[in-house]
Design a binder for this molecule. Structure first.
Ligand code: SF4
Length: 184
Protein backbone atom coordinates (compact mmCIF):
# COMPACT_ATOMS: atom_id res chain seq x y z
CA UNK A 1 0.00 0.00 0.00
CA UNK A 2 1.30 3.50 -0.84
CA UNK A 3 2.32 5.77 2.03
CA UNK A 4 0.41 9.04 2.10
CA UNK A 5 1.14 12.10 4.22
CA UNK A 6 -2.08 13.98 4.97
CA UNK A 7 -1.65 17.63 5.88
CA UNK A 8 -4.19 18.21 8.64
CA UNK A 9 -5.60 21.72 9.14
CA UNK A 10 -7.77 20.93 12.19
CA UNK A 11 -9.75 18.29 14.06
CA UNK A 12 -13.24 18.62 12.55
CA UNK A 13 -11.97 18.25 8.98
CA UNK A 14 -9.91 15.15 9.68
CA UNK A 15 -12.02 12.03 10.48
CA UNK A 16 -14.04 12.10 7.26
CA UNK A 17 -11.02 12.70 5.02
CA UNK A 18 -9.07 10.02 6.86
CA UNK A 19 -11.91 7.57 6.33
CA UNK A 20 -12.00 8.42 2.59
CA UNK A 21 -8.28 7.71 2.18
CA UNK A 22 -7.58 4.84 4.53
CA UNK A 23 -8.91 2.17 2.17
CA UNK A 24 -6.35 3.06 -0.49
CA UNK A 25 -3.36 4.40 1.43
CA UNK A 26 -1.37 3.95 4.59
CA UNK A 27 -2.14 7.43 5.98
CA UNK A 28 -0.04 9.47 8.41
CA UNK A 29 -1.11 12.93 9.54
CA UNK A 30 0.99 16.09 9.49
CA UNK A 31 -0.22 19.02 11.58
CA UNK A 32 1.53 22.18 10.44
CA UNK A 33 -0.50 25.36 10.80
CA UNK A 34 1.49 28.42 11.94
CA UNK A 35 -1.29 30.50 10.36
CA UNK A 36 -3.50 29.86 13.40
CA UNK A 37 -3.70 32.78 15.81
CA UNK A 38 -3.77 33.51 18.64
CA UNK A 39 -1.53 30.92 20.28
CA UNK A 40 -4.27 29.59 22.57
CA UNK A 41 -6.49 28.86 19.54
CA UNK A 42 -3.55 27.08 17.89
CA UNK A 43 -3.06 24.98 21.01
CA UNK A 44 -6.77 24.20 21.19
CA UNK A 45 -6.84 22.97 17.57
CA UNK A 46 -3.63 20.99 17.99
CA UNK A 47 -4.97 19.23 21.07
CA UNK A 48 -8.25 18.42 19.31
CA UNK A 49 -6.27 16.70 16.56
CA UNK A 50 -4.18 14.84 19.15
CA UNK A 51 -7.35 13.66 20.90
CA UNK A 52 -8.83 12.41 17.62
CA UNK A 53 -5.59 10.77 16.56
CA UNK A 54 -5.59 8.73 19.73
CA UNK A 55 -9.23 7.74 19.29
CA UNK A 56 -8.71 6.75 15.66
CA UNK A 57 -5.32 5.02 16.21
CA UNK A 58 -3.79 7.38 13.71
CA UNK A 59 -0.12 8.48 13.67
CA UNK A 60 0.20 12.28 13.43
CA UNK A 61 3.36 14.41 13.40
CA UNK A 62 3.16 17.92 14.91
CA UNK A 63 5.54 20.37 13.23
CA UNK A 64 6.74 23.47 15.16
CA UNK A 65 4.54 26.55 15.41
CA UNK A 66 6.77 28.99 13.49
CA UNK A 67 4.29 31.85 13.38
CA UNK A 68 6.94 34.51 12.62
CA UNK A 69 7.92 32.77 9.39
CA UNK A 70 4.29 32.59 8.37
CA UNK A 71 3.80 36.33 8.99
CA UNK A 72 6.93 37.03 6.95
CA UNK A 73 5.55 34.93 4.07
CA UNK A 74 2.25 36.85 3.91
CA UNK A 75 3.75 40.31 4.48
CA UNK A 76 2.08 42.86 2.20
CA UNK A 77 -1.02 40.68 1.82
CA UNK A 78 -2.62 41.55 5.16
CA UNK A 79 -5.59 43.31 3.55
CA UNK A 80 -6.40 40.58 1.05
CA UNK A 81 -9.85 39.03 1.54
CA UNK A 82 -10.32 35.36 2.34
CA UNK A 83 -9.80 33.31 -0.86
CA UNK A 84 -7.47 36.05 -2.12
CA UNK A 85 -3.72 36.06 -2.72
CA UNK A 86 -2.80 35.72 0.97
CA UNK A 87 -4.59 32.36 1.09
CA UNK A 88 -2.65 31.05 -1.92
CA UNK A 89 0.62 31.91 -0.12
CA UNK A 90 -0.69 30.39 3.10
CA UNK A 91 -1.61 27.11 1.37
CA UNK A 92 1.75 26.88 -0.33
CA UNK A 93 3.59 27.68 2.91
CA UNK A 94 1.91 24.88 4.80
CA UNK A 95 1.88 22.32 2.00
CA UNK A 96 5.55 22.86 1.24
CA UNK A 97 6.46 21.83 4.78
CA UNK A 98 4.41 18.66 4.25
CA UNK A 99 6.21 17.93 0.97
CA UNK A 100 9.59 18.39 2.68
CA UNK A 101 8.58 15.98 5.42
CA UNK A 102 7.24 13.53 2.82
CA UNK A 103 10.53 13.60 0.92
CA UNK A 104 12.62 13.16 4.06
CA UNK A 105 10.51 10.23 5.29
CA UNK A 106 9.86 8.31 2.08
CA UNK A 107 6.16 9.05 1.47
CA UNK A 108 4.68 8.30 -1.97
CA UNK A 109 2.00 10.99 -1.92
CA UNK A 110 0.74 14.10 -0.14
CA UNK A 111 -2.85 15.30 0.41
CA UNK A 112 -4.57 17.89 2.58
CA UNK A 113 -7.81 18.14 4.52
CA UNK A 114 -8.11 21.78 3.43
CA UNK A 115 -10.47 21.19 0.50
CA UNK A 116 -13.26 19.88 2.76
CA UNK A 117 -14.14 23.44 3.73
CA UNK A 118 -16.76 25.26 1.61
CA UNK A 119 -15.07 28.54 2.61
CA UNK A 120 -11.82 27.71 0.85
CA UNK A 121 -11.16 27.77 -2.89
CA UNK A 122 -10.33 24.20 -3.87
CA UNK A 123 -8.71 25.28 -7.15
CA UNK A 124 -6.33 27.52 -5.20
CA UNK A 125 -5.31 24.67 -2.86
CA UNK A 126 -4.83 22.19 -5.69
CA UNK A 127 -2.87 24.65 -7.81
CA UNK A 128 -0.33 25.01 -4.99
CA UNK A 129 -0.26 21.28 -4.27
CA UNK A 130 0.28 20.31 -7.91
CA UNK A 131 3.06 22.89 -8.35
CA UNK A 132 4.81 21.43 -5.29
CA UNK A 133 4.29 17.89 -6.60
CA UNK A 134 6.23 18.85 -9.74
CA UNK A 135 9.00 20.48 -7.69
CA UNK A 136 9.38 17.61 -5.23
CA UNK A 137 8.59 14.69 -7.56
CA UNK A 138 5.92 13.41 -5.14
CA UNK A 139 2.29 12.84 -6.08
CA UNK A 140 -0.34 15.30 -4.77
CA UNK A 141 -3.95 14.17 -4.47
CA UNK A 142 -5.78 17.11 -6.03
CA UNK A 143 -9.04 16.25 -4.29
CA UNK A 144 -12.19 18.16 -3.51
CA UNK A 145 -13.38 16.45 -0.35
CA UNK A 146 -16.44 18.67 0.04
CA UNK A 147 -18.05 17.23 -3.11
CA UNK A 148 -20.85 14.63 -2.88
CA UNK A 149 -22.03 16.25 0.38
CA UNK A 150 -18.62 15.68 1.97
CA UNK A 151 -18.85 18.84 4.08
CA UNK A 152 -22.11 17.77 5.69
CA UNK A 153 -20.81 14.25 6.28
CA UNK A 154 -17.62 15.66 7.80
CA UNK A 155 -19.59 17.89 10.17
CA UNK A 156 -21.79 15.02 11.29
CA UNK A 157 -18.85 12.73 11.84
CA UNK A 158 -16.96 15.39 13.80
CA UNK A 159 -20.02 16.13 15.94
CA UNK A 160 -20.41 12.43 16.73
CA UNK A 161 -16.81 12.44 17.95
CA UNK A 162 -17.46 15.55 20.04
CA UNK A 163 -15.22 17.89 18.02
CA UNK A 164 -16.15 21.58 17.89
CA UNK A 165 -16.08 23.50 14.61
CA UNK A 166 -14.01 26.68 14.44
CA UNK A 167 -15.53 30.10 14.02
CA UNK A 168 -12.90 31.44 11.64
CA UNK A 169 -10.33 30.08 9.22
CA UNK A 170 -7.25 30.54 11.36
CA UNK A 171 -5.19 33.71 10.91
CA UNK A 172 -5.71 36.98 12.77
CA UNK A 173 -6.90 38.57 9.49
CA UNK A 174 -9.63 35.99 8.99
CA UNK A 175 -10.72 36.47 12.59
CA UNK A 176 -10.97 40.25 12.08
CA UNK A 177 -12.89 39.71 8.82
CA UNK A 178 -15.39 37.50 10.61
CA UNK A 179 -15.91 40.02 13.42
CA UNK A 180 -16.53 42.71 10.83
CA UNK A 181 -19.12 40.52 9.08
CA UNK A 182 -20.88 39.88 12.39
CA UNK A 183 -21.03 43.60 13.20
CA UNK A 184 -22.63 44.34 9.83
S1 SF4 B 1 -7.82 33.14 5.71
FE1 SF4 B 1 -7.19 31.04 6.17
S2 SF4 B 1 -6.21 30.25 4.31
FE2 SF4 B 1 -6.33 32.50 4.17
S3 SF4 B 1 -4.39 33.26 4.98
FE3 SF4 B 1 -5.79 33.23 6.70
S4 SF4 B 1 -5.52 31.22 7.64
FE4 SF4 B 1 -4.57 31.11 5.61
Amino acid sequence: MKKLLLHVCCGPCSPYVLQMLRGDFQVSGFFYNPNIQPGREYEFRRLEVARLAEKLAWPVVYAPYDMREWFAAVRGLEHEPERGRRCAVCFRFRLEKAFRHAREHGFDAVASTLSISPYKATAQINEQGLALAREYGIEFLAENFKKRDGWRAAREQAAALGVRHQEYCGCAFSKAERLLRLRK
